[in-house]
Design a protein around this ligand. Structure first.
Ligand code: AMP
Ligand code: MG
Length: 485
């Protein structure tokens, strides 16, 4: 009896026709062992809370031993990478194991990343290294903790199999849980390959699985696209408000549910720098922080084009036109909450613009700025001033802020409390991920565990883990991460 028998697993994607995927068994890794288990998520999905001794589950989830509950398959998709269409994509190193229905009735795909080669691996080895697996595990849980829509991480395993990148590294596995693995690129694949029946079937299934309310609308496909636009705009508003740069916003990395998807060379901004580029291979800055809104719209336009056999151009354009207003309104609301300025005044625009310009000029640490601003009830803003190069400018700004915030209706204490709920104390800065990785590569996973714990509730104080809220050391600032993962 395995604990897998207790979990409710279905296989609805595998019931689609054969041109949607290829059935592939995982290629086992050597001497696989658990290195992280997300017990909160596990409980929600019906898995045991503690699996350290559950070797049957380890063998099944890691693909070491086939289990009847799973029907592993590699999905076929395509996508625009750095603006160029690539028809040859698909799950090159990850497999959909099946779908799990959670206690709350939400259906999650279970996807094993690093499972070996598939027909879509092209030149790749089908593997994921420990370094990138840790980054995805930590970041997806950090995003969930921040309240940003995202895929989740259920488990991480490491092995003794060697994987060759710039150096020899350890092969690892991530069990990703996500409400969907359908990307914009799935629709692009069927559109550009002229398989318009399959395109319609995919749209019908997506409606049924993820957008049941749209089925009642007069034009269900158009209503669904409109929802995808809204969800994407909301996700981007979160990214921009919390200083998150994705790094590889190709259309094959865009979930149709507007959930942050595929963590590679992502980065959270340290010093406020709108042109921040986190991806070392992004020479033109296509995916720079401040380009993310326009790239998301570009990607939605690419998806719209792929949907032209199903939805009229006029309907698609109508939905695309809602993107910027939705993003703008969600972003403004979040920034108002971050600044603790909820009442609207005529010169607020000017105040916010001046604040951002000053932050950039003074290379102020973005997340710390807002956390210190939230703690103004405790120290009057003293430690905020320390974040600026020019203390006079900081003092003047603070004066102006205090004057403006005095007009708010709530008390200072209440306002500060509210602000601490939206301005995290803990952010997965690249240097922290790097430290956790270096320890893990020596076999010590304690920092991965403690960091992921803290990041699951980043707005709390966690007094025993002050070190994780430290500003980055010089070496850790503006780290660019390579795509090789
Ligand atoms: P990514 O940059 O991770 O979004 O991946 C882009 C495409 O390359 C996807 O189709 C992946 O499945 C594939 N891919 C990435 N890394 C590997 C690898 N090591 N082996 C095989 N395919 C890979
Ligand atoms: Mg990808």
């Amino acid at each position: 009896m395995s604990s897998l028998d207790e979990v409710s697993i279905s296989h609805r994607f595998s019931e689609l026709p054969g041109n949607f995927y290829t059935l592939v068994e995982p290629t086992p890794l050597e001497n696989v062992r658990w290195v992280a288990w997300n017990s909160d998520l596990a409980l929600e999905l019906g898995f045991p809370e503690d699996v350290r001794q559950d070797f049957a589950l380890l063998n099944s989830l890691s693909g070491t031993q086939a289990h009847v509950s799973f029907k592993p398959l590699a999905m076929k998709y395509a996508g625009h990478q750095f603006g160029v269409y690539n028809p040859d994509l698909g799950d090159g190193r990850g497999l959909l194991l099946g779908e799990v229905t959670s206690q709350k009735g939400t259906v999650y795909d279970l996807h094993l990343k690093g499972a070996g080669q598939t027909p879509y691996s092209r030149m790749g080895d089908g593997r994921a290294v420990l370094r990138s697996t840790i980054r995805e595990y930590l970041c997806s849980e950090a995003m969930a903790g921040l309240g940003i829509p995202t895929t989740r991480a259920l488990a991480m395993m490491v092995s003794d199999s060697a994987v060759y990148r710039e150096d020899v590294e350890q092969g690892a596995l991530l069990v990703r849980a996500a409400e969907t693995h359908i990307r914009f690129g799935h629709f692009e694949h069927f559109f550009y390959s002229g398989q318009h029946d399959a395109l319609k079937l995919l749209a019908d299934k997506a409606l049924n699985w993820y957008f049941p309310d749209c089925q009642q609308q007069e034009q269900p496909h158009a209503a669904m696209f409109s929802e995808i636009v809204r969800l994407t705009a909301e996700m981007i508003a979160h990214w921009q408000a919390q200083g998150f740069a994705h790094g590889v916003m190709n259309t094959d990395n865009m979930s149709i549910l507007g959930q942050t998807f595929d963590y590679g060379p992502f980065g959270f901004m340290d010093d406020y720098e709108p042109g921040y580029i986190c991806n070392h291979s992004d020479y033109q800055g296509r995916y720079s922080f401040d380009n993310q809104p326009s790239i998301a719209l570009w990607n939605l336009t690419a998806l719209a084009h792929a949907l032209t056999p199903l939805i009229s151009r006029a309907e698609l354009d109508r939905s695309l036109e809602t993107f910027s207003p939705i993003l703008q309104s969600r972003y403004s609301q979040q920034m108002r909450e971050k600044f603790g300025l909820l009442s609207k005044q005529s010169d607020d625009g000017e105040f916010f613009n001046d604040s951002f310009a000053l932050m950039q000029q003074e290379r102020v640490d973005y997340p710390r700025f807002f956390r210190e601003l939230s703690n103004i009830d405790i120290n009057g803003g003293e430690s905020l001033v320390d974040l600026f190069i020019d203390r006079n400018k900081a003092a003047n700004w603070l004066e102006r802020y205090k004057k403006r915030s005095a007009d708010e209706e709530v008390s200072l204490t209440q306002r500060s409390d509210n602000m601490r709920q939206v301005n995290p104390k803990f952010i997965l800065r690249n240097y922290l991920a790097q430290q956790a990785i270096e320890l893990a590569q020596k076999g010590d996973f304690s920092m991965v565990a403690s960091l992921s714990n803290v990041l699951q509730s980043p707005y709390s104080e966690h007094r025993d883990f002050e070190q994780f809220s430290a500003l980055p050391p010089e070496w850790g600032k503006r780290m660019e991460i390579s795509c090789s993962s």
